[in-house]
Design a protein around this ligand. Structure first.
Ligand code: PEP
Length: 250
């Protein structure tokens, strides 16, 4: 079965006002969107519900993070069960900003992934290497090490609810996009790794999307690569060009 193209928008801690977010929802609501694409946007947690209410029904929302416990004395955290209870279908986990700024380990990302799946959520699971790791020829090794604990925590049937986002850290928010060949190579390696570690079927069926300075200008060429199944978009998801990225395969 062909993998459904997936485009996610990660608003991060932007834009500053509720009105600006509703305006972004309106842009999407008024746009013509390729109906074969799964579209998910991830606003800051406090805006998930109003945005979900404001958005057209064929665009879903995602949390940008969650904790791995269901409830308890964890000040500031949101549980997967609470997201599920609020009908939020997706959560982004393991984003490089969480790994770097908030010191999340791959073990914690795996724990969170397990908990999110147990609550019934789908997961956009981010992996990717730094520039120093790429220059040292360690891209595949780094991605595999980030995936290993997740693979250990998941059952084969869980993988239908995972979208892997390959996001080279050096490309995130920098304007330095991976070339189509660089991205394709990393995606193919990741797919082969999933095939060898879990099964060929899961390697072939798991969507692997690219993130890192995707724009309206570079999305088309990236989207033609055989192992790129969509995008996770940061900065450009706050702009009207996000619609062009969603429609990049048209
Ligand atoms: C991201 O935050 O996941 C991302 C890819 O950001 P940007 O598109 O701004 O590089």
């Amino acid at each position: 079965m062909p993998r459904q193209f997936f485009v996610g928008g990660n608003f991060k801690m932007n834009p500053a006002t509720r009105e600006a977010k509703i305006a972004l929802a309106k842009t999407l609501n008024d746009a013509t969107i390729d109906q074969s694409v799964e579209v998910v946007i991830a606003p800051p947690a406090i805006y998930l519900i109003p945005l979900q209410e404001a958005l057209r029904k064929d665009v879903k929302v995602a949390a940008q993070n969650c904790y791995f416990k269901t409830n308890g004395a964890f000040t500031g955290e949101i549980s997967p069960a609470m997201l599920a209870d609020s009908n939020i279908p997706y959560v982004i986990l393991g984003h490089s900003e969480r790994r770097t700024l908030f010191h999340e380990t791959s073990q914690e990302v795996a724990q969170k992934t397990r908990a999110a799946l147990d609550a019934g959520l789908s997961v956009i699971l981010c992996v990717g290497e730094t520039l120093a790791q790429r220059e040292a020829g360690e891209t595949a090794k780094v991605v595999e090490e980030q995936l290993e604990p997740v693979i250990a925590a998941l059952k084969p049937e869980d993988w239908s609810k995972i979208v892997v986002a390959y996001e080279p850290v050096w490309a995130i928010g920098t304007g330095k996009v991976a070339s189509p060949a660089q991205a394709q190579e990393a995606h193919l390696n990741t797919r082969s790794f999933l095939s060898s570690k879990i099964s060929k079927e899961i390697g072939e069926s798991t969507r692997i999307i690219y993130g890192g300075s995707v724009s309206g200008g570079n999305c088309k060429e990236l989207s033609t690569q055989p192992d790129i199944d969509g995008f996770l978009v940061g900065g450009a998801s706050l702009k009207p060009e996000f619609v062009n990225i969603i429609n990049s395969r048209q």
